[in-house]
Design a binder for this molecule. Structure first.
Ligand SMILES: Cc1ncc(COP(=O)(O)O)c(C=O)c1O
Length: 403
Protein backbone atom coordinates (compact mmCIF):
# COMPACT_ATOMS: atom_id res chain seq x y z
CA UNK A 1 0.00 0.00 0.00
CA UNK A 2 1.50 3.33 -1.06
CA UNK A 3 0.69 5.41 1.99
CA UNK A 4 2.15 8.61 0.62
CA UNK A 5 -0.16 8.34 -2.39
CA UNK A 6 -3.15 7.62 -0.18
CA UNK A 7 -2.35 10.56 2.09
CA UNK A 8 -2.60 12.91 -0.89
CA UNK A 9 -6.30 11.98 -1.07
CA UNK A 10 -6.88 13.52 2.38
CA UNK A 11 -6.52 17.30 2.15
CA UNK A 12 -6.52 17.74 5.93
CA UNK A 13 -3.31 15.71 6.23
CA UNK A 14 -1.58 18.64 4.58
CA UNK A 15 -2.92 20.98 7.26
CA UNK A 16 -0.38 22.73 9.45
CA UNK A 17 -0.86 23.86 13.04
CA UNK A 18 1.70 26.45 14.12
CA UNK A 19 3.56 25.69 10.90
CA UNK A 20 3.98 22.01 11.82
CA UNK A 21 2.26 18.90 10.39
CA UNK A 22 -0.50 17.24 12.35
CA UNK A 23 -0.59 13.63 13.58
CA UNK A 24 -4.19 12.52 13.79
CA UNK A 25 -4.66 9.55 16.12
CA UNK A 26 -8.31 10.17 17.04
CA UNK A 27 -9.86 8.11 14.26
CA UNK A 28 -12.24 6.22 16.54
CA UNK A 29 -13.97 9.52 17.23
CA UNK A 30 -14.13 10.68 13.64
CA UNK A 31 -12.05 9.56 10.70
CA UNK A 32 -10.69 12.02 8.15
CA UNK A 33 -12.34 12.48 4.75
CA UNK A 34 -10.89 11.93 1.31
CA UNK A 35 -11.24 14.54 -1.42
CA UNK A 36 -13.91 12.47 -3.22
CA UNK A 37 -16.27 12.74 -0.21
CA UNK A 38 -15.71 16.48 0.12
CA UNK A 39 -16.22 16.98 -3.61
CA UNK A 40 -19.45 14.96 -3.68
CA UNK A 41 -20.89 17.13 -0.90
CA UNK A 42 -19.62 20.31 -2.50
CA UNK A 43 -21.17 19.26 -5.80
CA UNK A 44 -24.56 18.79 -4.17
CA UNK A 45 -24.51 22.27 -2.64
CA UNK A 46 -23.17 23.97 -5.75
CA UNK A 47 -25.06 22.12 -8.46
CA UNK A 48 -28.33 20.50 -7.36
CA UNK A 49 -29.18 21.29 -3.73
CA UNK A 50 -32.84 20.27 -3.73
CA UNK A 51 -34.70 17.60 -1.75
CA UNK A 52 -35.27 13.95 -2.43
CA UNK A 53 -38.54 12.34 -3.48
CA UNK A 54 -40.73 15.45 -3.41
CA UNK A 55 -40.09 17.82 -6.29
CA UNK A 56 -40.22 16.55 -9.86
CA UNK A 57 -37.95 19.23 -11.28
CA UNK A 58 -34.45 18.39 -12.55
CA UNK A 59 -32.67 19.10 -9.28
CA UNK A 60 -35.21 17.11 -7.30
CA UNK A 61 -34.90 14.15 -9.63
CA UNK A 62 -31.11 14.19 -9.47
CA UNK A 63 -31.09 14.22 -5.64
CA UNK A 64 -33.60 11.36 -5.60
CA UNK A 65 -31.47 9.33 -7.99
CA UNK A 66 -28.25 10.02 -6.07
CA UNK A 67 -29.82 9.12 -2.70
CA UNK A 68 -31.26 5.91 -4.12
CA UNK A 69 -27.83 5.05 -5.52
CA UNK A 70 -26.27 5.74 -2.10
CA UNK A 71 -28.70 3.41 -0.38
CA UNK A 72 -27.84 0.67 -2.89
CA UNK A 73 -24.08 1.18 -2.49
CA UNK A 74 -24.33 1.03 1.31
CA UNK A 75 -26.62 -2.02 1.26
CA UNK A 76 -24.15 -3.87 -0.96
CA UNK A 77 -21.21 -2.76 1.19
CA UNK A 78 -22.63 -4.46 4.29
CA UNK A 79 -24.14 -7.43 2.46
CA UNK A 80 -27.81 -6.52 3.02
CA UNK A 81 -30.26 -8.49 0.92
CA UNK A 82 -32.11 -5.38 -0.21
CA UNK A 83 -31.57 -1.65 -0.04
CA UNK A 84 -34.89 -1.14 1.78
CA UNK A 85 -33.13 -2.60 4.82
CA UNK A 86 -30.99 0.55 5.12
CA UNK A 87 -32.40 3.48 7.10
CA UNK A 88 -30.45 6.72 6.98
CA UNK A 89 -29.79 8.22 10.41
CA UNK A 90 -27.54 10.88 11.89
CA UNK A 91 -25.30 8.36 13.65
CA UNK A 92 -25.09 5.03 15.49
CA UNK A 93 -26.75 6.58 18.53
CA UNK A 94 -29.86 7.44 16.54
CA UNK A 95 -29.99 3.94 15.03
CA UNK A 96 -29.87 2.30 18.45
CA UNK A 97 -32.45 4.73 19.87
CA UNK A 98 -34.72 3.98 16.93
CA UNK A 99 -34.72 0.29 17.83
CA UNK A 100 -34.97 0.95 21.59
CA UNK A 101 -37.99 3.22 21.14
CA UNK A 102 -39.71 1.08 18.54
CA UNK A 103 -39.17 -2.51 19.64
CA UNK A 104 -42.13 -3.87 21.56
CA UNK A 105 -41.09 -5.76 24.70
CA UNK A 106 -43.12 -6.88 27.67
CA UNK A 107 -42.77 -6.54 31.41
CA UNK A 108 -40.36 -9.18 32.68
CA UNK A 109 -38.48 -9.54 29.37
CA UNK A 110 -34.69 -9.43 29.55
CA UNK A 111 -32.11 -7.48 27.52
CA UNK A 112 -28.44 -8.50 27.65
CA UNK A 113 -25.57 -6.07 27.02
CA UNK A 114 -21.83 -6.55 27.35
CA UNK A 115 -19.92 -4.75 30.12
CA UNK A 116 -18.07 -2.58 27.59
CA UNK A 117 -20.90 -0.76 25.86
CA UNK A 118 -20.63 2.85 24.73
CA UNK A 119 -23.23 5.07 26.43
CA UNK A 120 -25.12 5.03 23.13
CA UNK A 121 -25.73 1.32 23.59
CA UNK A 122 -26.40 1.52 27.32
CA UNK A 123 -28.49 4.58 28.17
CA UNK A 124 -31.34 3.88 25.69
CA UNK A 125 -31.71 0.40 27.23
CA UNK A 126 -31.47 1.69 30.81
CA UNK A 127 -34.34 4.06 30.07
CA UNK A 128 -36.35 1.37 28.31
CA UNK A 129 -35.81 -1.03 31.18
CA UNK A 130 -37.06 1.54 33.73
CA UNK A 131 -40.03 2.68 31.66
CA UNK A 132 -41.18 -0.78 30.60
CA UNK A 133 -40.12 -2.92 33.56
CA UNK A 134 -37.57 -4.87 31.61
CA UNK A 135 -34.49 -6.44 33.21
CA UNK A 136 -31.10 -5.35 31.99
CA UNK A 137 -28.37 -7.97 32.42
CA UNK A 138 -24.67 -7.26 31.87
CA UNK A 139 -22.51 -10.00 30.39
CA UNK A 140 -19.03 -9.80 31.99
CA UNK A 141 -15.80 -9.84 29.99
CA UNK A 142 -12.90 -12.17 30.66
CA UNK A 143 -9.92 -10.99 32.67
CA UNK A 144 -8.25 -9.64 29.51
CA UNK A 145 -11.38 -7.65 28.52
CA UNK A 146 -12.37 -10.02 25.69
CA UNK A 147 -15.93 -11.35 25.36
CA UNK A 148 -16.69 -14.36 27.56
CA UNK A 149 -18.93 -16.64 25.49
CA UNK A 150 -19.23 -19.22 28.29
CA UNK A 151 -20.54 -16.66 30.79
CA UNK A 152 -22.83 -15.25 28.11
CA UNK A 153 -24.30 -18.71 27.44
CA UNK A 154 -25.07 -19.10 31.14
CA UNK A 155 -27.07 -15.85 31.07
CA UNK A 156 -29.20 -16.87 28.10
CA UNK A 157 -32.73 -18.22 28.56
CA UNK A 158 -36.16 -17.86 26.94
CA UNK A 159 -36.87 -14.60 28.78
CA UNK A 160 -34.06 -12.84 26.91
CA UNK A 161 -35.67 -10.98 24.02
CA UNK A 162 -32.76 -8.84 22.90
CA UNK A 163 -28.98 -8.98 22.99
CA UNK A 164 -27.34 -5.66 22.14
CA UNK A 165 -23.56 -5.73 21.84
CA UNK A 166 -20.75 -3.76 20.36
CA UNK A 167 -18.87 -5.33 17.43
CA UNK A 168 -15.53 -3.56 17.95
CA UNK A 169 -15.02 -1.80 21.25
CA UNK A 170 -14.02 1.86 21.15
CA UNK A 171 -12.42 1.33 24.56
CA UNK A 172 -9.74 -1.20 23.60
CA UNK A 173 -10.28 -2.18 19.95
CA UNK A 174 -11.33 -5.76 20.75
CA UNK A 175 -13.82 -7.27 18.29
CA UNK A 176 -16.51 -9.46 19.84
CA UNK A 177 -17.39 -12.88 18.37
CA UNK A 178 -20.70 -11.60 17.03
CA UNK A 179 -21.36 -14.58 14.75
CA UNK A 180 -21.34 -16.90 17.79
CA UNK A 181 -23.27 -14.42 19.95
CA UNK A 182 -25.98 -14.16 17.27
CA UNK A 183 -26.24 -17.94 16.89
CA UNK A 184 -26.57 -18.48 20.64
CA UNK A 185 -29.12 -15.67 21.03
CA UNK A 186 -31.20 -16.94 18.11
CA UNK A 187 -31.28 -20.43 19.63
CA UNK A 188 -33.26 -18.87 22.48
CA UNK A 189 -35.44 -16.78 20.15
CA UNK A 190 -33.78 -13.48 21.10
CA UNK A 191 -33.09 -10.74 18.55
CA UNK A 192 -29.62 -9.23 18.25
CA UNK A 193 -28.58 -5.63 17.69
CA UNK A 194 -24.91 -5.02 16.93
CA UNK A 195 -23.26 -1.63 17.39
CA UNK A 196 -21.09 -1.40 14.30
CA UNK A 197 -19.76 2.12 14.93
CA UNK A 198 -16.13 1.03 15.21
CA UNK A 199 -16.02 -1.97 12.90
CA UNK A 200 -17.36 -0.77 9.56
CA UNK A 201 -14.17 0.99 8.48
CA UNK A 202 -11.82 -1.76 9.67
CA UNK A 203 -13.29 -5.09 8.57
CA UNK A 204 -15.66 -6.58 6.02
CA UNK A 205 -19.18 -6.95 7.33
CA UNK A 206 -21.86 -9.16 5.85
CA UNK A 207 -25.11 -8.69 7.73
CA UNK A 208 -26.91 -11.45 5.81
CA UNK A 209 -24.20 -14.02 6.58
CA UNK A 210 -24.04 -12.90 10.20
CA UNK A 211 -27.83 -13.18 10.32
CA UNK A 212 -27.86 -10.11 12.57
CA UNK A 213 -31.28 -8.53 13.18
CA UNK A 214 -30.21 -4.89 13.52
CA UNK A 215 -26.85 -3.21 13.10
CA UNK A 216 -26.11 0.49 13.59
CA UNK A 217 -23.34 2.52 11.92
CA UNK A 218 -21.83 6.03 11.91
CA UNK A 219 -20.71 7.57 8.62
CA UNK A 220 -18.21 9.91 10.31
CA UNK A 221 -16.21 6.96 11.63
CA UNK A 222 -15.85 5.47 8.15
CA UNK A 223 -14.53 8.42 6.12
CA UNK A 224 -18.03 9.85 5.66
CA UNK A 225 -19.47 13.26 6.50
CA UNK A 226 -20.16 14.34 10.10
CA UNK A 227 -23.63 13.60 11.40
CA UNK A 228 -24.36 10.76 8.99
CA UNK A 229 -25.13 7.14 9.72
CA UNK A 230 -27.41 4.25 8.91
CA UNK A 231 -29.27 1.45 10.57
CA UNK A 232 -29.57 -1.99 9.02
CA UNK A 233 -32.61 -4.04 9.96
CA UNK A 234 -34.06 -7.26 8.54
CA UNK A 235 -36.90 -6.15 6.32
CA UNK A 236 -39.61 -8.22 8.04
CA UNK A 237 -38.60 -6.82 11.41
CA UNK A 238 -38.54 -3.25 10.12
CA UNK A 239 -42.05 -3.72 8.73
CA UNK A 240 -43.29 -4.59 12.22
CA UNK A 241 -41.55 -1.71 14.03
CA UNK A 242 -43.37 1.55 14.63
CA UNK A 243 -41.28 4.62 13.83
CA UNK A 244 -40.54 6.87 16.79
CA UNK A 245 -40.29 10.06 14.76
CA UNK A 246 -43.04 10.63 12.22
CA UNK A 247 -44.16 13.43 9.92
CA UNK A 248 -43.30 14.55 6.40
CA UNK A 249 -41.95 11.84 4.08
CA UNK A 250 -43.10 8.98 6.33
CA UNK A 251 -46.68 8.65 5.08
CA UNK A 252 -48.44 7.67 1.90
CA UNK A 253 -51.35 10.00 2.64
CA UNK A 254 -53.15 11.64 5.54
CA UNK A 255 -56.65 12.95 6.25
CA UNK A 256 -57.69 15.03 9.27
CA UNK A 257 -58.13 11.90 11.34
CA UNK A 258 -55.86 9.22 9.92
CA UNK A 259 -52.77 8.42 7.87
CA UNK A 260 -51.08 5.52 6.12
CA UNK A 261 -47.41 4.99 6.90
CA UNK A 262 -45.01 4.21 4.06
CA UNK A 263 -43.07 0.94 4.00
CA UNK A 264 -39.50 0.75 5.38
CA UNK A 265 -37.15 2.49 5.12
CA UNK A 266 -39.21 5.57 4.32
CA UNK A 267 -41.48 5.38 7.34
CA UNK A 268 -38.40 5.86 9.54
CA UNK A 269 -36.87 8.81 7.68
CA UNK A 270 -38.99 11.72 8.82
CA UNK A 271 -38.52 15.21 7.42
CA UNK A 272 -35.83 16.57 5.13
CA UNK A 273 -32.63 14.59 5.28
CA UNK A 274 -28.93 15.39 5.04
CA UNK A 275 -28.78 14.76 1.29
CA UNK A 276 -25.21 16.01 0.88
CA UNK A 277 -24.24 13.73 3.76
CA UNK A 278 -26.01 10.70 2.28
CA UNK A 279 -24.34 11.27 -1.10
CA UNK A 280 -20.95 11.85 0.58
CA UNK A 281 -21.33 8.69 2.62
CA UNK A 282 -21.65 6.58 -0.52
CA UNK A 283 -18.40 8.11 -1.77
CA UNK A 284 -16.75 7.15 1.54
CA UNK A 285 -17.89 3.56 1.04
CA UNK A 286 -16.48 3.54 -2.50
CA UNK A 287 -13.17 4.82 -1.17
CA UNK A 288 -12.97 2.14 1.53
CA UNK A 289 -13.72 -0.51 -1.09
CA UNK A 290 -11.01 0.88 -3.35
CA UNK A 291 -8.39 0.56 -0.59
CA UNK A 292 -9.68 -2.83 0.61
CA UNK A 293 -9.97 -4.23 4.12
CA UNK A 294 -6.91 -6.49 3.87
CA UNK A 295 -4.64 -3.51 3.32
CA UNK A 296 -6.45 -1.46 5.96
CA UNK A 297 -6.07 -4.16 8.62
CA UNK A 298 -2.44 -4.79 7.67
CA UNK A 299 -1.38 -1.17 8.08
CA UNK A 300 -3.25 -0.79 11.38
CA UNK A 301 -1.58 -3.95 12.68
CA UNK A 302 1.90 -2.69 11.69
CA UNK A 303 1.29 0.54 13.61
CA UNK A 304 -0.35 -1.12 16.61
CA UNK A 305 2.48 -3.65 16.85
CA UNK A 306 5.11 -0.92 16.82
CA UNK A 307 3.38 1.29 19.41
CA UNK A 308 2.54 -1.65 21.68
CA UNK A 309 6.11 -2.98 21.61
CA UNK A 310 7.56 0.45 22.35
CA UNK A 311 5.28 1.46 25.22
CA UNK A 312 4.21 -1.77 26.92
CA UNK A 313 7.12 -1.79 29.37
CA UNK A 314 7.25 1.92 30.13
CA UNK A 315 7.20 2.51 33.91
CA UNK A 316 3.68 2.67 35.36
CA UNK A 317 2.02 2.30 31.95
CA UNK A 318 -0.86 -0.17 31.54
CA UNK A 319 -2.47 -1.00 28.21
CA UNK A 320 -6.23 -1.61 28.51
CA UNK A 321 -7.48 -4.91 27.08
CA UNK A 322 -5.37 -7.75 25.70
CA UNK A 323 -1.66 -7.07 25.70
CA UNK A 324 -1.40 -8.76 22.29
CA UNK A 325 -1.74 -6.03 19.63
CA UNK A 326 -3.32 -8.56 17.25
CA UNK A 327 -6.45 -8.58 19.38
CA UNK A 328 -6.85 -4.79 19.51
CA UNK A 329 -7.34 -3.78 15.84
CA UNK A 330 -6.35 -0.13 15.49
CA UNK A 331 -6.62 0.93 19.12
CA UNK A 332 -4.07 1.36 21.91
CA UNK A 333 -5.67 2.68 25.12
CA UNK A 334 -3.52 3.08 28.17
CA UNK A 335 -3.06 4.92 31.44
CA UNK A 336 0.06 5.76 33.41
CA UNK A 337 0.12 5.56 37.20
CA UNK A 338 0.52 8.95 38.87
CA UNK A 339 0.02 10.78 35.58
CA UNK A 340 -3.05 12.73 34.54
CA UNK A 341 -4.25 11.39 31.17
CA UNK A 342 -5.65 14.76 30.03
CA UNK A 343 -2.26 16.23 30.78
CA UNK A 344 -0.62 13.60 28.56
CA UNK A 345 -3.05 14.40 25.73
CA UNK A 346 -2.46 18.15 26.07
CA UNK A 347 1.32 17.69 26.08
CA UNK A 348 1.22 15.48 22.98
CA UNK A 349 -0.95 18.04 21.24
CA UNK A 350 1.13 21.03 22.22
CA UNK A 351 4.53 19.57 21.38
CA UNK A 352 3.96 17.82 18.05
CA UNK A 353 0.28 18.31 17.16
CA UNK A 354 -0.35 14.68 18.13
CA UNK A 355 -4.10 14.38 18.50
CA UNK A 356 -5.27 11.58 20.77
CA UNK A 357 -8.32 11.16 22.99
CA UNK A 358 -8.24 11.24 26.76
CA UNK A 359 -11.01 10.50 29.24
CA UNK A 360 -13.49 7.65 29.44
CA UNK A 361 -14.53 7.55 25.77
CA UNK A 362 -18.26 7.38 26.69
CA UNK A 363 -17.70 3.99 28.34
CA UNK A 364 -18.03 5.48 31.83
CA UNK A 365 -19.69 2.34 33.17
CA UNK A 366 -16.60 0.22 32.49
CA UNK A 367 -14.27 2.75 34.13
CA UNK A 368 -16.58 3.06 37.15
CA UNK A 369 -16.74 -0.71 37.52
CA UNK A 370 -12.94 -1.13 37.30
CA UNK A 371 -12.29 1.99 39.39
CA UNK A 372 -9.96 3.37 36.76
CA UNK A 373 -10.01 7.15 36.49
CA UNK A 374 -9.48 7.56 32.76
CA UNK A 375 -7.17 6.71 29.89
CA UNK A 376 -5.46 7.91 26.73
CA UNK A 377 -6.64 6.40 23.46
CA UNK A 378 -4.58 6.22 20.29
CA UNK A 379 -6.87 5.18 17.45
CA UNK A 380 -5.22 4.46 14.15
CA UNK A 381 -6.25 4.49 10.51
CA UNK A 382 -4.70 3.15 7.32
CA UNK A 383 -3.44 6.63 6.37
CA UNK A 384 -1.31 6.89 9.52
CA UNK A 385 2.39 6.18 9.09
CA UNK A 386 5.14 4.47 11.03
CA UNK A 387 6.94 7.78 11.21
CA UNK A 388 3.94 9.30 12.98
CA UNK A 389 3.90 6.36 15.38
CA UNK A 390 7.62 6.90 16.09
CA UNK A 391 7.09 10.60 16.86
CA UNK A 392 4.23 9.66 19.20
CA UNK A 393 6.36 7.08 21.04
CA UNK A 394 9.32 9.47 21.42
CA UNK A 395 7.03 12.15 22.85
CA UNK A 396 5.28 9.80 25.22
CA UNK A 397 8.61 8.52 26.53
CA UNK A 398 9.74 12.11 27.19
CA UNK A 399 6.48 12.92 29.02
CA UNK A 400 6.78 9.86 31.25
CA UNK A 401 10.46 10.57 31.99
CA UNK A 402 9.70 14.21 32.86
CA UNK A 403 7.41 13.10 35.66
C1 LIG B 1 -18.61 1.69 19.92
C2 LIG B 1 -19.37 2.96 19.71
N1 LIG B 1 -20.71 2.93 19.73
C3 LIG B 1 -21.44 4.03 19.52
C4 LIG B 1 -20.85 5.24 19.32
C5 LIG B 1 -21.69 6.43 19.08
O1 LIG B 1 -21.46 6.90 17.80
P1 LIG B 1 -22.13 8.25 17.31
O2 LIG B 1 -21.68 9.31 18.26
O3 LIG B 1 -21.60 8.44 15.94
O4 LIG B 1 -23.58 8.04 17.39
C6 LIG B 1 -19.46 5.34 19.31
C7 LIG B 1 -18.79 6.63 19.17
O5 LIG B 1 -17.65 6.82 19.52
C8 LIG B 1 -18.70 4.16 19.50
O6 LIG B 1 -17.37 4.18 19.49
Amino acid sequence: MKIEKIRKDFPILNAREGGEPIIYFDNACQSLRPQSVIEAMDDYYRKYSACEGRSIHKFGEKVTRKCEESRKIIAKFIGAKKEEEIIFTRNTTEGINLVAKSLKLQKGDVIILSDKEHNSNLIPWQIKSKEENISLVISPSREDNTFDLEKFKLLMNEKVKLVSVVHTSNLDGVSNPIKEIIEIAHNYGAKVLVDGAQSASHQKINVAKLDVDFMAFSGHKMLGPSGTGFLYGKYDLLKKLNPFIVGGDTVEYSTYDKHQLLLPPKKFEAGLQDYAGIIGLAEAVKYLQKIGFKKIAKQEAVLNKFITKEIINLPGLKIIGPQDYNKRGGIVSFFVEELDTHQIAVMLDSTNNIMVRSGQFCVHSWFANRQIKNAVRVSLAFYNTLEEAQIFVENLKKIIKLN
